[in-house]
Ligand binder design. Sequence first.
Ligand SMILES: [Zn+2]
Length: 237
Amino acid sequence: MLPRMAPRFREIADGVHLGALLPAGLLHTVLLEGPDGDVVVDAGLPWSGRRLAALLRGRDVAEHAVTHAHGDHVGASAWLCRHTGARLAMGEADASRFEDGRIDTHAGAFGRVVLGSLARERRPVDRRLREGDRVAGFEVLTVPGHSPGTLALWRADDRVLVVGDGPVNVSTDPAAPRWLPLPRGLHHDPAGADASRRRLGALSPALVVAMHGFPVTATHRWAEAAGAHVPRRPGRA
Ligand SMILES: [Zn+2]
């Protein structure tokens, strides 16, 4: 019998590594190489630990940063911090909810009942992140709506944007995205989520890396899907 290939990170921008969690293509974790050590962004579902352990073998993780405290992003966060000794960083408006095990920030019942129940394991948050804080050389942007404390990470030098949720691209070709529509009830505040996504689209990123779906380089299309009005260059399809 052939040995199964261990999951590996794939470097998709300078010091930005994408790791596939399961279900494949729909859930990822991201590792950022920062000046103060490696940072793991989001930790998937409660049963993602085994895969995270394989991805992170040989890595020294200094911090685990969370884009938002929903069960499919923090399901294995407590495990990850225990396993690696990393400190936990998260948006200040989600931190107390995570610590108390109150993941009630979905407008719809499916999110509240199903996704909320995936985030029950608690631990203290070591760093409460705010707009303008730094994570592995990225700037923290507070983009509330999907949850009250949702964050995005932005590196202006090469215009790389890391988001937790956003338009979900199911195409493996980053230049030709295809979107998976999701119910708006997964947001805490759908109108707020729209406004935050417009803000991110207006940054004109060169690469968008999301925890759901595949990276996108056709970012004018990402911005359109996110609801941002971006000026098109004449003649562009
Ligand atoms: Zn999610």
